[in-house]
Design a binder for this molecule. Structure first.
Ligand SMILES: CC(=O)N[C@@H]1[C@@H](OP(=O)(O)OP(=O)(O)OC[C@H]2O[C@@H](n3ccc(=O)[nH]c3=O)[C@H](O)[C@@H]2O)O[C@H](CO)[C@@H](O)[C@@H]1O
Length: 408
């Protein structure tokens, strides 16, 4: 265990009664939890602690640095070739003594990783309120995506507060019998992170052609390992041959099961830049610069539409149907013919492109973290009963005009 700032979450006797413990294990959790941690830290009277499981080490550290977040405690649990059960067991084992010694008023975790599932169970065992950020995403197939669908079902069942990004996610929880009072539609905190970072993202990216069309490709999901990734990469090579002025940027995920495949298929290609994983500001700059996104990532399905970039989703199912329904994302799977046809259409037909590049986001307005912080503060510090006020003449309620609300 790496102790980074505090010696523990607090001794049994001195723990702050309004401590909120935020738990993070991977890069996307750091990106999506950063706005929540920042919003909670601005609330008076809350003590906010950050606990890392270290499920994915390198990418997690990079993302934390991007948002200036420092952990209070780091379980540092990543092992080479780690299995899901071993990881879950280590998280439960590592977290339980912390929760026993200094029970926080609430624990928050984001998304659908093993970190989230194990954190929810650890809280359940210790009867500590658990809040789930990005609750209610479902494909409806417990084994796809694996293991994430299972992880989020567990988290949603245990949570006393479920923060849903969309109304569709709320409905999914209601269908599963989750208590309606626990569910709140807040938007997705990734839009908060994106808008914040877009303001300070670099305008250009070194090493890329300054002009011309750019495709951003990311691949990292377990479902993509092996043949699906080979098929995607074959489609990409055909696309580059069909559109000679096209350049491709692919930040290569460190997982060796994908890295070798990507380098074998695209390494040395004159139209391709293979990069190390990008810091978040560079990733946002790449998103702004690109024409089209090809990805199996969850987060990029949310970010790209918000910046007006069409996304072709390299998966057979998505838990984010809203962007597909709005027509700003398309589910193309991993069939090379389908990927090639969809990408070529977008790159050769301006009307088809304009129909997808609308710059509308079904995932939020950038205020999700503020809403979550308000709900958490209310749950952790319930409002004190107010003594009846002395009788006074009725006050005039000021009317806020729309222009006033919108003015800076
Ligand atoms: C099944 C599923 O969909 N599960 C998701 C999974 O996350 P994911 O699929 O979105 O994971 P990645 O693709 O690894 O990360 C994406 C983030 O990383 C940024 N990025 C990317 C490349 C790069 O070079 N530099 C970067 O900065 C990128 O912009 C984006 O924000 O877990 C999350 C947490 O629980 C869940 O929320 C989420 O449902």
């Amino acid at each position: 265990m790496r102790i980074t700032r505090a010696e523990s979450l607090g001794g049994r006797t001195c723990v702050h009664p309004s401590t909120v413990l935020c738990v993070i294990g991977t890069r996307p959790e750091a990106i999506k939890m950063a706005p929540v941690v920042q919003a909670l830290r601005c609330r008076h009277g809350l003590a906010v602690r950050l606990l890392l499981t270290g499920q994915h080490r390198e990418l997690l550290d990079q993302a934390l640095a991007d948002f200036g977040l420092r952990a209070d405690l780091d379980l540092d649990l990543m092992r080479p070739d780690q299995g899901l059960s071993g990881l879950a067991a280590r998280i439960l084992d590592g977290m339980d003594p912390l929760l026993e010694r200094a029970p926080p008023a609430m624990v928050l975790a984001q998304g659908d990783t093993t970190t989230v599932m194990a954190t929810a169970i650890a809280c359940f065992h210790r009867r500590i309120p658990f809040g789930h950020v990005e609750a209610g995403l479902r494909t409806g197939d417990l084994r796809n995506p694996f293991p994430e669908e299972f992880n989020r079902v567990v988290a949603g069942r245990v949570a006393t507060l479920n923060f849903c990004p969309t109304e569709g996610a709320r409905q999914a929880l209601l269908r599963e019998g989750v208590a309606p009072a626990s569910i709140h539609v807040t938007g997705n905190t990734v839009i908060d992170a994106l808008l914040d970072v877009a303001r300070r993202a670099p305008a250009t990216l070194p090493g890329l052609p300054e002009r011309g069309r750019l495709v951003l490709l990311t691949l990292h999901r377990r479902e993509s390992f092996g043949m699906p990734a080979r098929r995607v990469l074959a489609a990409v090579r055909r696309l580059l041959a069909a559109v000679p002025d096209l350049h491709l940027l692919c930040p290569v995920h460190p997982n060796p099961r994908l890295r070798g495949l990507v380098h074998a298929a695209l390494g040395g290609h004159p139209q391709v830049t293979l990069a190390e994983p990008l810091g978040y500001a560079a990733l946002v700059a790449a998103l702004r610069r690109c024409t089209l996104v090809l990805t199996d990532s969850g987060g990029l399905q949310e970010e790209a539409p918000a910046l007006g970039k069409p996304v072709l989703v390299l998966r057979e199912a998505t838990e984010r149907p809203e962007a597909v329904a709005l027509g700003v994302a398309r589910l193309v799977g991993t069939d090379p013919g389908r990927i090639l046809a969809a990408a070529t259409e977008l790159l050769t037909c301006p009307d088809a492109y304009a129909a997808m590049a609308r710059g509308v986001s079904p995932y939020g307005d950038g205020l999700a973290a503020e809403r979550i912080a308000t709900l958490v503060a209310r749950a952790v510090r319930p409002p004190r009963p107010v003594a009846p006020a002395p009788r006074q003449p009725p006050a005039r309620v000021p009317i806020l005009l729309a222009e006033e609300a919108l003015s800076p």
